[in-house]
Design a protein. Structure first.
Lengths: 328, 517
């Protein structure tokens, strides 16, 4: 490690390319995304048009926000598996409460479980040092249980999707999905927070070397609690967006997004061991996964075969990407 | 001295042992010869090569050169198991029982016979051991005794004890010493590593002294020998070095005002005992000690990493209680650990590492004023002359530059007191000089520095005063003019000041222990 710092040596072309990629890890990701779109266009000429782009964006956005939750928690060496349950809860509560309640009240009720679960996650991980995997899995199961109990109390009143969420989730204005109105500010905020705020710095520092952060005066539990509450809030908001897209409230609404959200963050270059990564990579990761899903859908394979292929591609892409980007 | 004809054939005979780590020679030419029935002390200052020699003898690492004979047969100890088969068994400072297994399973794991083990445990002063107890639940002191009993139970020819009595309460330590002594009488040999002259005089027949990776002498233990041993450990450095009295800090301001840091009767488990000292503004106070004398705990307590069991710490005359490092930082006390990997986020940039304390407090979590941060950080980088060619990731920097980053962080944060724990360990000479200079500059700006060092020469280069810690106690305090290397070395080994070689303290100790037993 000292060599690279003190003795610049002539390096081969391959090594230079590697260095270049290592310094700009987004480039190989963007290249991969373009390759996937080109393959899609070759397999189905004409499929890549304005409507397809809007559609892809619509489905990629909820995934990308949840993957943002994973990115932030993974930077500290954690993970948040409760995002699916939190999103489902807020969506389900919103859709059922809007029937009898004022929209503002319904919104607050919908976000309540998100805050609670985030708080419990944060205290469990930050104070009692439960492993984030187990902690968030546990709260996720508890949340699902509560939702089932809650469902019995609202069977009579039924559910409806608020018009605004409908508009936000599915609507398209001048060819741009309305969901971008939510996503762009969220994405800008996350990127700004990670790079330009004290809290963002601490996420990286805690994930890289918790002891060093402690010796610098950082109180771990504060960072972790704030982080998991934030992650849960984002997941709750994603749930509201997603119900406007899917339009069918169910008890497992956002559950299928959980593992892809982890995959998107990993493909985007965030290390699950903490301290490395960023949100822009994650967004591209979410796009890659969404395009990949479309690609496998048009291949007219049986569902099982599609899943197998999906799994293999995710593994392969991640391994290859890390080989390119890791510079040591 | 090693060429003296020996009356018996040695049981263990190592000659010309050398070991290099890269360009660094940990051992150059070490020899050690142990006779049957002998308790043999292995001595040397920090970094003399004791632990490297021990690791080679017990097969933990391989020597680059040298010959090791056991009972006259050349032996290639290539693994701990091979050393064990050859009859050479170590008991290290760290307990070696597997924490999650009970004692009995631990014995089975190493094929140790149970009955002899139990007999030894009773012999060593623990009458009521439950061998079904899980090792994790057994106190540290008992674990160390169990390690010894486990080694004794297989009747090794050569038993190697590394600081065996450290962390033992007095009654257990006494039993251990008694048993070790009897090992010798039974015709087995013991290699005894210790910093305590009292034990060595009571126990050992001869001592081998290492300095800078080579054996510099083998002596018989007799009254008055400790002065010779200290001389050997120091080598040519015995010449009393004269230091120009430092441009002494303006005594009227430092002495009259209350001390920046006043430590009184600090107590921490068995590690720190009644430690008291002052640190004034504008002063660099050195802490000198052999390894493991409680200096780690002292610094951790002052930094807020661990809570002391008793005693007080006063900052500017106000009693302080630190429950988290952030409390100490709040009081302007920053800790620079000796191990850089403890202090740095290795994958982050130089800038982020230096600026880390700025964001720590809850109210500083908001947007960072990038330009102001840039100014402060570059100021600190410039002051320490950190090579920033690889500043994207701290792990790409050289060790010396990494060390500078750990200090630059607190220069940028403008900490009033810096606790530097061996900041020059394993870095190049040039960087060392820069760090000395920086610490003096800080003192010149009325900041205060507590500076632990394992290298005696640094005391005179940097410190105004030095306290010497031995066995968890402050045994002596020297002004820099008095702190020549022989004086420091004697104090670090717990020898009182001004003892004449021909009188010696060892004679007294011998008669004392004789009367006691």
């Amino acid at each position: 490690m000292t060599d690279s710092a003190t003795m610049p040596q002539p390096v081969s072309f391959g090594r230079r390319v590697k260095r270049f990629m290592a310094d700009r890890p987004l480039i190989p990701l963007i290249i991969l995304l373009i390759i996937l779109v080109v393959i899609l266009q070759i397999l189905r000429p004409g499929i890549v048009n304005e409507r397809w782009l809007a559609n892809t964006a619509k489905f990629a956005i909820p995934l990308a926000i949840l993957a943002g939750c994973q990115t932030m928690t993974m930077l500290t060496g954690g993970i948040d598996l409760s995002v699916g349950t939190v999103a489902t809860m807020s969506a389900f509560i919103m859709a059922t409460q809007i029937v009898n309640q004022d929209p503002a009240v319904a919104f607050l009720l919908a976000m309540l479980p998100a805050v609670l679960i985030g708080l419990v996650n944060g205290i469990g991980v930050g104070v009692f040092r439960v492993h984030p995997l187990i902690m968030t899995l546990g709260t996720s199961l508890i949340g699902t249980g509560f939702l089932q109990v809650y469902q019995r109390t609202v069977i009579a009143s039924g559910a409806k999707i608020p018009d605004f969420l409908n508009w936000l989730g599915t609507g398209v204005t001048y060819g741009f999905p309305n969901a971008l109105l939510l996503f762009v500010p969220v994405a800008v905020l996350i990127v700004f927070m990670l790079n330009r705020t004290g809290f963002g710095r601490l996420l990286y520092a805690v994930g890289d070397n918790e002891r060093a952060a402690r010796l610098s005066g950082v109180r771990y539990w504060q960072v972790i609690t704030a982080l998991y509450v934030l992650s849960s809030l984002l997941a709750g908001i994603t749930g509201l967006l997603y119900i406007g897209l899917i339009k069918a409230p169910s008890l497992s609404l956002a559950e299928p997004l959980v593992l892809p959200s982890v995959a998107a963050a990993v493909i985007g270059g965030t290390s699950i061991f903490g301290g490395r990564g960023g949100y822009t990579g994650t967004i591209i990761g979410a796009l890659i996964l969404t395009v990949l899903t479309t690609l496998l859908t048009i291949l007219q394979m049986p569902e099982g075969g599609r899943r197998i292929l999906f799994g293999f591609i995710v593994l392969f892409v991640t391994a290859a990407y890390l080989r390119i980007v890791e510079d040591r | 001295m090693t060429t003296n004809p020996l009356p018996q054939n040695p049981l263990l005979d190592a000659t010309g042992v050398a070991k290099n780590y890269g360009a660094v020679a940990a051992l150059r030419n070490a020899s050690l010869s142990v006779l049957p029935g002998e308790v043999h002390a292995l001595m040397g200052a920090n970094g003399a090569g004791k632990s490297t020699l021990v690791k080679i003898l017990t097969g933990a690492i391989r020597a680059d050169a040298g010959r090791i004979l056991i009972r006259g047969q050349q032996l290639d100890v290539r693994s701990p198991a091979a050393a064990r088969r050859a009859g050479l068994l170590p008991v290290y400072q760290e307990p070696s029982l597997i924490p999650d297994l009970d004692v009995l399973s631990n014995l089975r794991l190493t094929g140790t016979p149970v009955e002899p083990f139990r007999a030894w445990v009773r012999e060593l002063g623990i009458p009521d051991l439950d061998i079904r107890e899980t090792a994790r639940n057994i106190p540290l002191a008992i674990l160390r005794v169990l390690d010894l009993a486990r080694a004794l139970a297989v009747e090794p020819d050569v038993l190697l004890l590394d600081e065996m009595t450290a962390a033992l309460p007095a009654n257990l330590a006494e039993k251990v010493l008694e048993v070790v002594r009897r090992q010798g009488d039974a015709g087995r040999s013991v290699i005894f590593i210790s910093h305590r002259f009292v034990e060595i005089s009571a126990l050992c027949d001869r001592a081998t002294v290492l300095r800078d990776g080579a054996t510099v002498g083998v002596v018989d233990i007799e009254p008055g020998i400790e002065e010779r041993i200290v001389e050997m450990m120091l080598g040519s450095r015995i010449e009393k070095t004269r230091v120009a009295a430092r441009a002494a800090p303006d005594t009227s301001t430092t002495k009259a005002g209350r001390p920046r840091l006043a430590v009184r009767n600090l107590q921490l488990g068995t590690k720190l005992n009644d430690v008291s000292f002052d640190l004034a503004n504008g002063e660099v106070v050195g802490v000198f000690a052999l390894e493991g004398q409680g200096q780690d705990e002292l610094f951790a307590a002052l930094a807020g990493s661990i809570r002391p069991g008793g005693g007080t710490i006063e900052v500017d005359g106000v009693p302080a209680r630190f429950s988290h490092p952030s409390d100490a930082i709040q009081a302007g006390i920053a800790y620079v650990p000796g191990d850089r990997t403890e202090a740095l986020a290795m994958q982050r940039s130089v800038r982020e590492n230096i600026a880390l304390p700025f964001s720590a407090a809850l109210r500083k979590w908001g947007p960072i004023r990038m330009r102001r941060e840039q100014v402060v950080v570059s100021g600190a980088i410039g002051r320490l002359q950190i090579d920033t060619r690889a500043q994207g990731e701290v792990q790409r920097l050289s060790g010396g530059n990494q060390q500078k980053v750990t200090i630059a962080r607190w220069i940028a944060a403008d900490a009033r007191t810096i606790l530097c724990f061996d900041p020059t360990r394993g870095i190049d000479v040039g960087t060392k000089q820069e760090i000395y200079k920086l610490l003096r500059e800080l003192a010149g700006q009325a900041k205060s520095v507590l500076f632990y060092t394992s290298e005696m020469e640094e005391v005179q280069r940097v410190c105004d005063r030095v306290i010497v810690i031995f066995g968890g106690r402050v045994v002596d305090t020297f002004s820099v003019e008095e702190a020549d290397e022989p004086a420091l070395m004697r104090a670090a080994y717990g020898l009182p000041r001004g003892v004449k070689a021909d009188v010696g303290i060892l004679a007294d100790v011998r008669t004392d222990t004789g009367a006691a037993s």
